[in-house]
Write a protein that binds this ligand. Structure first.
Ligand code: FE
Ligand code: CA
Length: 523
């Protein structure tokens, strides 16, 4: 999606805009924002400000968010003058930007790193659109996006992919090249979009700068990642729905607690900087604008009557990990009913939403593994305390809720651990006769962990010991899914290497969940 449209379509747009403005008072906001910016001087830029590409996201049946950020010098604070700049946007029914259905002017403010988030409304449901930005004489690449079907409408099919964990230093984003070439309606990102660690030698690429702490640090890191052409292509090809994990702020943080004993106010200042930079670089709605160290990220999407997505945030509201946040035998804190990943409000929102849902599939895109996987072969038990296994009471409440209330076809999507898994989620993991209440698809990393391997001897033993685990693989890639009223299919796409460019795509495994029968089967 990198074709640049011909200048004459902007002339046509300009003519229609003038015709529109000549009609009345709509001129005022335009003049006012222009005057508060660079006076009567048009913006002059030495180089293209569209170095970070374009993106779209949080689709609705009548609209979508269009995103770009002006950054002629992306790795050094952006390189824009410290003043608001007008950015024109257009959205069309065709990839040549001829049949324009809406256009306007957004103000890119230095307060928000000259990012723009245009919430387009008035679009038709369930169709493709193309969009483009312009500032001065510079035009952005053309992006493609898609609206959701009308809520309540029957839908035959949805195709989406989910991805997570893209450590820039540990590998190329080849998987995104393959993802961008798929026939998808939507992409979910489950977190670890950036990593906060300092630059280090010896990997295939290098972070710039120290461990992230300030707003400028985080902005430059997002700019470095978003400069990647494969990531840009994946954003330009589909609307994305994003959520985060820990590395968007700091490794294994929990709510207000950093994992290195920072004072709460010191850590919240860092969290506020990280959350702001996240918002600035993601195609999120105004409802997700950060307020200091808070950002509303959990939210629901409905894809006709076919699927509801409950996008979860398991970082912002969680209590500290029990048992010193490691892989440990369970301590008392694991069973504390007040220990939480979601927080009381989000848990209630999830249960209410699941109870009300009329959808055929109820999908929970989230971060950390929900299945109770014992990571120590043999009689001793070891659980990862950063995952749902560190928060057993809350997991039991959720799985018991699914067993009792029976929302249709619950499926959990997970990232975080740089490996592919397919798990049955059971009301009681210790009891082999306990019913399967949901399915968990865990997707591997885009690049984190380097090339990876299929299945080590240790992991073979772990899989054998945890009988609800149906599949494991630790190579890089993403998961491509197809949902119909009858079934949900997950294709585990992998690349054999990320430390060199150009790996072809392989499908390592395919699993299917039939509607009405929880648990995935190999296809
Ligand atoms: Fe990660
Ligand atoms: Ca064990």
């Amino acid at each position: 999606m990198s074709t640049r449209r011909s200048p004459d379509s902007w002339v046509r747009a300009e003519v229609s805009r003038r015709a529109f403005l000549a009609g009345g008072l709509a001129l005022l906001p335009y003049r006012r924002s222009y005057a508060s910016g660079s006076g009567s001087q048009p913006v002059r830029l030495q180089t293209s400000p569209f170095t970070l590409g374009v993106a779209s996201g949080d689709p609705a049946s009548d609209g979508v968010v269009l995103w770009t950020r002006l950054a002629p010098d992306p790795l050094n604070g952006g390189g824009m003058p410290l003043e608001p700049v007008e950015v024109r946007w257009q959205i069309a029914r065709d990839d040549r930007m001829v049949n324009i259905v809406n256009s306007g002017i957004a103000v890119a403010s230095p307060m928000w790193a000259h990012a723009v988030h245009v919430e387009v409304a008035g679009l038709e449901p369930d169709r493709w659109y193309w969009y483009q930005f312009r500032v001065g004489n510079e035009t952005s690449p053309i992006g493609r996006t898609r609206t959701l079907p009308n809520p309540g409408t029957p839908v035959d099919r949805l195709r989406f992919a989910f991805a997570s964990c893209q450590h820039f230093e540990m590998g190329y984003f080849t998987a995104y090249q393959h993802l961008a070439a798929e026939d998808l309606d939507l992409v979910f990102h489950l977190g670890d979009y950036i990593y906060e660690t300092a630059s280090r030698d010896g990997d295939v690429r290098q972070h710039l700068g120290p461990e992230l702490n300030t707003l400028d640090d985080y902005r430059n890191r997002y700019a470095q990642y978003r400069g990647d052409p494969d990531l840009q292509a994946a954003h330009a090809a589909f609307p994305w729905i994003v959520t985060w994990d820990d590395h968007e702020v700091a490794n294994n943080y929990a709510g207000t607690v950093s994992n290195r004993q920072d004072a709460v106010d010191v850590f919240l200042e860092r969290r506020a900087a990280a959350y702001q930079a996240y918002y600035e670089h993601m195609p999120l709605r105004r409802s997700s604008m950060p307020q200091g160290p808070s950002l509303q990220l959990y939210r629901q999407f409905s894809y006709g009557t076919l699927a509801s997505f409950f996008v979860l945030d398991t970082r912002q509201y969680r209590t500290d990990q029990p048992c010193e946040d490691a892989i440990k035998p369970p301590c008392d804190g694991v069973f504390d009913p007040r220990a939480t990943l979601l927080g009381a409000e989000q848990e209630r929102w999830l249960f209410d939403g699941l109870d009300r849902s009329q959808s055929r599939w109820n999908v929970m895109p989230q971060q950390v593994m929900m299945a109770k996987v014992d990571l120590m072969p043999g009689p001793p038990q070891r659980y990862a305390m950063d995952q749902w296994s560190g928060y057993d009471a809350e997991r039991t409440r959720l799985l018991d809720f699914l067993r009792r209330r029976r929302p249709a076809n619950p499926v959990v999507l997970t990232g975080d651990i740089h490996s592919n898994w397919v798990n049955d989620l059971k009301a009681d993991f210790a009891d082999s006769k306990s019913p399967v209440v949901a399915t968990e698809f865990v997707g591997t990393s885009i690049s984190s962990g380097g090339d990876g391997a299929d299945l080590s001897e240790v992991m073979k033993a772990v899989v054998a010991e945890n009988e609800f685990v149906k599949f494991y693989n630790s190579q890089r890639g993403y998961v491509s899914c197809e949902v119909t009223p009858a079934a949900m299919r997950a294709d585990y796409r992998i690349v054999d290497y990320v430390t060199r460019r150009g790996a072809p795509r392989r499908t390592r495994a395919t699993f299917v969940v039939d509607s009405g029968i929880p648990g995935a089967q190999p296809a």
